[in-house]
Design a protein around this ligand. Structure first.
Ligand SMILES: C[S@@+](CC[C@H](N)C(=O)[O-])C[C@H]1O[C@@H](n2cnc3c(N)ncnc32)[C@H](O)[C@@H]1O
Length: 191
């Protein structure tokens, strides 16, 4: 006899970050890694394989930071295309998706976008941050942009990629000297 009782929906438990104070809602597990990998490939295709849109020529004296690096896909791609002695950092509040054996020039660290290390002031010629809209509250944004400005060297560049609406991702590169524009781009009061 066939039962009319609907089968229960099976939920697979997902693993989430546990960084103190963070309200980031998406998981950090193998399934999320696969989603981010596909998303990175799609974004690369849309931007005709260009991962660096900021007009910066990276040299041995430069340093690069990626904030909210996740599995580090962007920074690992960048590392393949530049001088191997350029120091690079990928930071995230969750380390579970960090690559197991990254290239030697990239250091992955657990840090938050809202409070970058004090010793990084004036350090980076390029900061990249992409798709943190599910991790940052509106009130976090002026703080995060202020932190990016602090760790950039004068003359440096930031490349930001966020979604204007679901499905529409905008990548933007802004110069250190025009930092007022960053706040205007995000419709935020400058700090
Ligand atoms: C949607 S994923 C994007 C990952 C990567 N940027 C990319 O484009 O493939 C967002 C990442 O931001 C991280 N994140 C969320 N809040 C953060 C914070 N306050 N500081 C640093 N990373 C954060 C999450 O842990 C997650 O790895």
């Amino acid at each position: 006899m066939v039962s009319n009782v609907p089968l229960p929906i099976e939920h697979v438990a997902r693993q989430h970050q546990a960084y103190p104070g963070s309200q980031y809602t998406l998981p950090a597990d193998d399934e999320e890694l696969q989603r981010l990998t596909l998303q990175h490939q799609i974004l690369k295709e849309i931007y005709e394989n260009r991962i660096l849109l900021a007009p910066v020529h990276l040299d041995v004296n430069d340093a690069v930071l990626e904030i909210g690096t996740g599995p580090g896909l962007w920074i690992m791609d960048l590392a393949k295309s530049v001088n191997t002695s350029i120091p690079m950092f990928g930071i995230d509040i969750e380390s579970r998706m960090f690559p197991v054996s990254p290239r030697k020039q990239i250091e992955f660290r657990v840090e938050s976008a809202t409070r970058l290390p004090a010793e990084w002031t004036n350090t980076f010629s390029l900061v990249h941050q992409r798709l943190l809209m599910a991790g940052l509250q509106r009130s976090d944004w002026p703080i995060v942009l202020g932190e990016i400005h602090r760790v950039l060297r004068p003359g440096g560049w930031v490349q930001l990629g966020e979604s204007a609406a679901w499905g529409e991702i905008i990548l933007e590169s802004l110069a250190w000297r025009n930092s007022q524009q960053w706040f205007e781009a995000y419709a935020l009061p400058a700090i």
